[in-house]
Design a protein around this ligand. Structure first.
Ligand SMILES: Nc1ncnc2c1ncn2[C@@H]1O[C@H](COP(=O)(O)OP(=O)(O)OP(=O)(O)O)[C@@H](O)[C@H]1O
Ligand SMILES: [Mg+2]
Length: 374
């Protein structure tokens, strides 16, 4: 039997848990017309919280309405790629555009080997023209069809790129065109990028924060997916598996995948569940905890190790004391870790881990991590 679970970044799960209401809101907004709230969305969540697969699901809903969907990742210069993609598809193929790219024409700054650099100051106008052509073309025969653009990993975007996109999209919205944009990124994307006045409009985008999924929904989804694929699961096994996910989407797939692997024949019993959960936890360490920690500075790591000395939420004052810094200094590192989606403030003056099992992982690896930080 093929394992139905998909524990891999960006891989669509067999059942997308807990997103129905949001997808319906989005669908309503597509129907409602220009200016509807979910036509402009900013989705934030930690690593593995399901941002990319949510963008995939939005794209699917839009396609069902015969909208066109363009998916971009916010790497350096992504707006240039977007313009080229739009032009390739929607610009009239007269002699001029066949000769593209040519120097200095139409907002094009310089042309390198296989890479086009757009004139940054003309970027908003160039993009606006390309988008206008695209929505004209898409809505030409069917006025209710439009264009959805999804932008993933927004926290890594250049401000110039985002500003161009924001300016252009704002104009199209004002002109009541059928356009929708969904931005997704780590929690910090809102603070690190939204200080810029020109993209204030992003702050007004409908915010969607991906938190933990309710365990009742996880349990139902496990049961349905497992039964639909010809396996069985005992009530005890279902409870063990569900609780082990902590409602964290990536862990839902990891647990599902591993309890399936450990099934006895076609039945997942208590023993298979315990073994599967253990395997999932190990896997989470390698695929989520380790890369998350490797991206951090050594002070960030020290902060986390100080938190891991507690068995629940930590008092920020205690952490500052443990790392031997004043509260203001410690506060800066706390803020960075919040923006990276690794910790969150659980109540006033307290912080806790956002990614499940990170505390245990840090406790188990403290010795090597301390050595590396020194
Ligand atoms: N709502 C959901 N229900 C069930 N599984 C989900 C859900 N959302 C995401 N997943 C699963 O979780 C894993 C992570 O999803 P995804 O790659 O979309 O996360 P992400 O937030 O984009 O992470 P990153 O920040 O690392 O890019 C995938 O295996 C995906 O199938
Ligand atoms: Mg992603």
């Amino acid at each position: 039997m093929v394992n139905p679970f998909r524990p891999s970044a960006g891989a669509n799960p067999p059942y997308l848990i807990g997103r129905d209401a949001l997808l319906d809101e989005f669908d309503d907004s597509l129907e409602a017309g220009p200016g509807a709230p979910y036509r402009l969305m900013r989705i934030t969540g930690s690593r593995g919280s399901g941002k990319t697969v949510l963008l995939n699901a939005l794209g699917k809903r839009a396609r069902a309405r015969r909208w066109t969907v363009i998916d971009e990742t916010a790497t350096h210069g992504f707006v240039g790629n977007l313009i080229l993609a739009l032009r390739a598809q929607y610009e009239r193929r007269d002699v001029k555009s066949v000769e593209l790219p040519s120097l200095g024409v139409d907002g094009l700054g310089s042309v390198g080997l296989g890479k086009v650099e757009f004139d940054r100051t003309a970027l908003p106008m160039t993009l606006r023209t390309a988008l206008t052509n695209a929505v004209n073309h898409i809505g030409g025969r069917h006025a209710d069809r439009g264009l959805l653009i999804t932008i993933d990993e927004t926290q890594g975007a250049d401000v110039a790129d985002l500003r161009a996109l924001a300016t252009a999209v704002q104009h199209l919205i004002r002109e009541e065109r059928n356009i929708a944009v969904a931005f997704a990124g780590l929690p910090g994307m809102t603070s690190s990028l939204l200080h810029d006045n020109v993209i204030t409009f992003l702050r007004r985008a409908t915010p969607v924060e991906l938190g933990d999924i309710s365990l009742d929904l996880v349990s139902d989804a496990f049961e349905d997916v497992i039964h639909e694929h010809g396996y069985d699961i005992t009530p005890d096994a279902l409870r063990i598996a569900t609780e082990a996910t902590h409602g964290y989407p990536f862990m839902v797939q990891l647990v599902g995948y591993n309890i399936w692997r450990k099934a006895l024949g076609a039945t997942i019993d208590e023993n298979s569940a315990r073994n599967g959960v253990e395997a999932a936890r190990l896997r989470l360490g390698g695929t989520v905890h380790e890369p998350a920690i490797e991206d951090l500075s050594s002070v960030d790591r020290t902060y986390l190790l100080a938190m891991a000395q507690d068995e629940g939420p930590s008092r920020t004052g205690d952490i500052a004391r443990r790392i031997g810094k004043d509260t203001q200094y410690a506060g800066r590192y706390r803020e960075r870790l919040i923006q990276a989606g690794i910790i969150h403030s659980s109540s006033y003056g307290y912080v806790d881990f956002t990614i499940p099992y990170l505390r245990q992982w840090l406790q188990e690896h403290a010795a090597t991590l301390i050595m590396r930080s020194e």
